[in-house]
Ligand binder design. Structure first.
Ligand code: ADP
Length: 399
């Protein structure tokens, strides 16, 4: 039986997991993926093999999964039944690595304590990401665990990109433009040499358009700028988040509307974006099918902002050679991709309608100046690779 690695991605109401087998040549192959969802409300455990076979699909008593930490024990118990041997290592997606962590870290009590100090930087995400780490560290102190950060890929940004026009004391205490979706951008950057070798070392914008949305400027495969900043609220409009917003609007909500901190936080994370604009849905599929003019306006706004922020990133890159669409909307919606390309036709973006309808990978028209691609992101594989590399290093067999 091959060694296996487990990848975990814990959110506020779910823990997603994927199990990879390590081949004799260290090649990683997905065996199954699943999640426990509805944690604290109506927990449900579901998993399917890479061939699509349903492995488990059952409700979990609420008493067993009232919070993320206890839900981890449910996942563990199921894995113990499903696997002949426990995984050799666990890799975690952690949203925030703070100003320092520019690479994945092997977790021990000290690193966990450090990661806990970043909770104020990502109060809605970081505590949930850390809960399974804490649970596993307590139950299996010997287990090899690795944290992979969504901020790490952006830590090579030039200082100009990371600063706000705020006094230095705030910069020193960590109020910086971190950038997120880094594991997704790393996944795309790692695939460019094979799928799009002609642009892999050039100036490329990657648009991660999912329930969260951001764009990253890559030069030579490295991130130089991101539309997301201090938190995952900045940049593009998203399913339920507004994206770029005049700070004065927040002051208005607090003063004129009398909203308190919790109310504003809930509003900005859950009631804005496509959902707020349309008053219909946060889901692009629903908006595309709707005949309501508010749905059309919300989508037009979304596309307009993608085009505007492209201009912003092109200025940072001082040019553009390639554009990549990825994540739920980017990978699946030819309509949104075509609308973005139309707005960016002045830049030399032109799609081949047939290639676009078939989701590429190359979707730009022959001779178009901007080589445009659709490339599926695989954040879990990036985490699994980092986890395996650090495991081998700790075993003294790193290349
Ligand atoms: P996350 O992993 O952050 O939950 P995804 O990358 O899976 O997000 O993206 C989810 C979003 O993708 C959904 O909200 C939906 O709007 C969008 N989406 C998925 N499939 C399609 C499709 N065929 N057409 C348009 N949008 C889609």
């Amino acid at each position: 039986m091959a060694e296996t690695l487990l990848v975990l991605n814990a959110g506020s109401s779910s823990i997603k997991f994927e199990l990879f087998a390590v081949g004799p040549d260290e090649r990683l192959t997905s065996r199954f993926e699943g999640q426990i969802e509805g944690i604290g409300v109506a927990p449900h455990l579901i998993a399917q093999s890479h061939t699509g076979e349903r492995l488990v699909d059952r409700p979990v008593p609420l008493t067993q999964a009232p919070d993320v930490e206890s839900a981890m024990a449910v996942v563990e118990a199921w894995l113990a039944e499903a696997l002949p041997a426990p995984p050799v290592a666990v890799g975690h997606r952690v949203v925030h690595g703070g100003p320092l962590y520019a690479a994945p870290m092997v977790i021990d009590a000290e690193v966990l304590a450090q990661l806990e100090t970043f909770v104020p930087l990502a109060p809605l995400h970081q505590p949930n990401n850390l809960a399974p780490i804490r649970a596993l560290l307590r139950a299996h102190p010997e287990l090899f665990q690795v944290a992979c950060f969504d901020t790490a890929f952006h830590r090579g940004h030039p200082p100009l990109a990371d600063r706000f026009a705020l006094p230095e004391t705030l910069w020193a205490e960590g109020v910086r433009r971190y950038g997120f979706h880094g594991l997704s951008y790393e996944s795309i950057a790692s695939r460019l040499p094979e799928i799009a070798p002609e642009i892999a070392q050039k100036k490329v914008i990657v648009a991660h358009l999912g329930s969260g949305c951001s764009m990253c400027a890559l030069e030579g495969g490295r991130s130089i700028e991101s539309t997301m900043g201090f938190t995952a609220l900045d940049g593009l409009p998203m399913g339920t988040r507004p994206g770029q917003l005049d700070a004065g609007v927040v002051l208005y909500l607090l003063s004129a509307k009398g909203m308190d901190l919790q109310a504003v936080e809930h509003f900005l994370y859950h009631e804005c974006g496509l959902k707020g604009l349309s008053g219909i849905s946060n889901d692009v599929r629903v908006l595309l099918e709707s005949t309501d003019p508010r749905a059309a306006f919300a989508l037009e706004f979304f596309v307009y902002k993608i085009a505007q922020m492209t201009g912003w990133l092109v200025a940072a890159l001082e040019g553009l050679d390639g554009f990549v669409f990825t994540a739920g909307i980017g990978e699946n919606s030819p309509t949104i991709r075509a609308a973005v390309a139309h707005r960016l036709r002045w830049l030399g973006m032109e799609l081949d309608p047939e290639a676009n309808a078939q989701h590429g990978p190359l979707i730009s028209a022959k001779g178009a100046r901007i080589r445009t691609y659709v490339i599926p992101t695989d954040e879990e594989l990036v985490i699994a690779r980092h986890t395996l590399a650090l495991l081998r290093k700790s075993q003294g067999s790193a290349p």
